[in-house]
Design a protein around this ligand. Structure first.
Ligand SMILES: [Fe+2]
Length: 206
């Protein structure tokens, strides 16, 4: 059999948020997310007007790390993870590090979905998981070459993860996932009775 080279690999970083010295208490983070969602009337209105299932602070609050100490600590931890991933990706960033340019809360109720999207104007995007009750949606990633595949046959149902067109990752509370911002992803329907809570973010080349 010939040797096969794996080229143009799509890499996804998955690790425990608390792997570094900065520790984030997920219960405290959950309570803070609920309290922000409860008080953020502008955000609630935006979700209603835009048929957004559940709550996101995306359109209403752009300063969570300045308002809440736990989010400030979260960014300190994320900075380390993102720098780590950038190193793994062998980015040559020169003297311009990747810097946070967006961080927001997502609270997805039972039946809620978040359709396929990318994160424009960013380099690395990711999510950390705050509450993942039984049945909470995985995150679904799509092969970025899909629009070019035209006549390519489907993959076997038991194909290895590297060959699949779609991959589902089921994160645990306290996990952080990172990927390159051009990678299309979606959150399929949340089948958990309780809310699925996550905090998503973008990093740009400063
Ligand atoms: Fe996203």
């Amino acid at each position: 059999m010939s040797d096969i080279l794996d080229l143009f690999i799509t890499r996804i970083y998955r690790t425990a948020l608390n792997n570094y010295d900065i520790k984030i208490n997920s219960d405290e983070l959950e309570t803070t997310c609920f309290s922000i969602a409860h008080d953020d009337v502008a955000g609630q209105r935006w979700c209603e007007e835009n048929d957004y299932s559940g709550y996101t602070s995306y359109a209403s609050l752009d300063d969570l790390p300045w308002r809440f100490p736990i989010f400030k600590d979260l960014v300190k931890a994320l900075d380390l993870h993102v720098a780590d991933f950038a190193e793994e990706l062998q980015f040559d960033l020169g003297d311009r590090p990747l810097v946070l340019n967006g961080l927001w809360i997502n609270i997805l109720p039972e039946g809620g979905i978040h359709t396929g999207h990318i994160h424009p104007n960013s380099v690395i995007s990711g999510t950390t998981y705050v509450s993942m009750p039984d049945g909470a949606s995985a995150i679904k990633f799509e092969d970025p070459r899909l629009p070019m595949m035209m006549a390519a046959p489907p993959r076997k149902t038991n194909a290895n993860t590297g060959s699949r067109t779609f991959n589902y990752i089921n994160p645990n509370v306290g996990d952080v996932l990172l990927w390159e911002s051009w990678l299309r992803h979606e959150v399929p329907m949340n089948l958990a009775e309780e809310e699925r809570i996550s905090v998503s973010f973008n990093y740009a080349w400063g």
